[in-house]
Ligand binder design. Structure first.
Ligand SMILES: Nc1nc2c(ncn2[C@@H]2O[C@H](COP(=O)(O)OP(=O)(O)O)[C@@H](O)[C@H]2O)c(=O)[nH]1
Ligand SMILES: [Mg+2]
Length: 427
């Protein structure tokens, strides 16, 4: 008997390993499709690691605030008056088990006094050493909305240096995401973007036009440099302002479009960095997207298993894969990873014996009355829609915060298109 508290991802890993061995025995086209899905699932959940970001931008641009805003917690020190970020080095920030590795840089631009000049030189050298340590997944350029026209040239020189170093050290050129911070301070200053529904629409429109102008100004500065333009994937205006009391409680949360920023990071990250980002940011849209990806891939694998000769379905019970799916979605949603939670959730849906049982039952009874090909197609369809339904319900419950009752409704609705269940008493 497996320990009910063991890590369901380990169970999933064992199931994957067995599946991969069996793939050779499947028809070639089915086998290669399944293999691709398994690689995706494996990379997303079993090989997950903290995404690694390099933040480039002058002192006070809001680099630390962007990190805090993404986590929704004070994980990085803010520099209100002087430079807080010392010699740039990699930090691993964590919130409830979701981690991000961040290299917060500073002093990339030339100083204006000889003392600052020396300081800037050594800052560049120490930064280069850090860049050699680890290849980032993304480079994030941070600039204040009020400074996008003014003095970004020195900062963009620094940005180019970062890419030079990455090319030299790792032969990589990660995507470049530009973030315009302090958008909340653009004119009309008093209009709150994060509570725009309570503000006069014309004022909001005016402010949004200023945000767009700032984004455009920064984007064109970046794109004027061919080497940066080639890697530049998006420019996004945000407010990352949050403030904390001495006791750690949130005093103000004026964040605006930070979820969009999380989505932009997510889209440009390699698969292995995505689950940690989803857990660290708890950004609903990111969690939803990842849960959907996991669900589709798992459903395809389940369908493939069901379509395979019956012994495969018996060896790899679909519930095992579905438990792994539920556990993965629960983890992304911020829950702990234990098998009991996932099993109980499946039981709560009324799906615990569910698909695997129905599947085998269906295959056995259908094979008697149908051509083998027909039975295979039907059981694959059941496995597919059953797993899609499990994933949709798990997403509703663990990510969107629905009640178990509502999750069950989703489960039933998604399964509704199933063919007649095999135990249907009607002839
Ligand atoms: N109003 C506003 N203030 C911000 C924003 N982002 C950062 N700040 C403030 O700007 C100051 C400098 O931010 P910090 O993150 O320390 O900049 P860093 O030096 O680039 O790390 C802090 O006082 C932050 O609270 C923003 O989007 N809006
Ligand atoms: Mg800082």
């Amino acid at each position: 008997m497996p320990d009910p508290n063991d890590n369901p991802l380990q169970t999933m890993a064992r199931a994957f390993a067995r599946l991969e061995q069996l793939l050779d025995k499947l028809p070639l086209d089915v086998g290669s499709d399944l293999r691709a899905r398994l690689v995706l699932l494996r990379t997303l959940m079993l090989e997950k690691r903290p995404p690694a970001l390099v933040l480039v931008g002058r002192r006070g641009a809001g680099k630390s605030s962007v990190v805090n805003a993404l986590f929704g917690a004070k994980v990085a020190e803010l520099g209100h008056v002087t430079a807080q970020t010392g010699r740039g080095r990699w930090f691993e920030y964590e919130r409830d088990g979701g981690r991000m590795a961040v290299l917060d840089t500073r002093g990339l631009q030339e100083g204006s006094t000889p003392a600052e000049e020396v300081d800037a030189k050594s800052a560049i050298e120490s930064l280069a050493a850090q860049l050699r340590l680890r290849a980032p997944d993304l480079v994030v350029f941070v600039a204040k909305a009020s400074e996008v026209d003014a003095a970004t040239d020195g900062d963009l020189d620094g940005l180019e240096r970062v890419y030079d170093e990455l090319r030299r050290a790792h032969r990589v050129e990660p995507p470049l995401l530009a973030v315009v911070t302090h958008c909340d301070l653009l004119e009309p200053k008093a209009v709150r973007l994060h509570e725009a529904s309570g503000e006069p629409p014309d004022d909001v429109a005016e402010k949004l036009a200023h945000v767009e102008a700032a984004e455009h100004a920064l984007a064109s500065k970046i794109d004027a440099r061919a080497s940066l333009q080639a890697r530049h994937v998006a420019t996004l205006g945000v407010s990352s302002y949050m403030s904390w009391r001495a006791d750690g409680k949130v005093r103000a949360d004026d964040r605006w479009r930070v979820q969009d920023l999380a989505v932009a990071l997510f889209r440009h990250l390699p698969d292995a960095g995505r689950a940690e980002l989803a857990r660290a940011t708890q950004a609903r849209q990111v969690q939803d997207e990842l849960a959907t990806t996991l669900t589709k891939a798992t459903a395809a694998v389940c369908a493939g298993v069901a379509a395979a000769p019956i012994p495969v379905a018996d060896i790899i019970p679909l519930t095992l894969l579905q438990t792994g799916l539920v556990a993965s979605i629960a983890w992304i949603g911020g829950r702990s990873l234990d098998r009991r939670g996932s099993t109980e959730f499946l039981a709560g849906l009324g799906a615990n014996v569910g698909v695997a049982f129905v599947l085998r039952h269906a295959v056995r009874s259908l094979l008697k009355i149908m051509a083998p090909g027909g039975g295979t197609v039907l059981s694959a369809a059941i496995a597919f829609s059953g797993t899609m339904a499990v994933g949709a319900a798990a997403r509703g419950y663990f990510v969107d915060g629905l009640s178990l009752r509502d999750a069950r409704k989703i489960f039933r609705r998604e399964k509704r298109d199933d063919p007649t269940p095999p135990d249907d008493p009607t002839p």
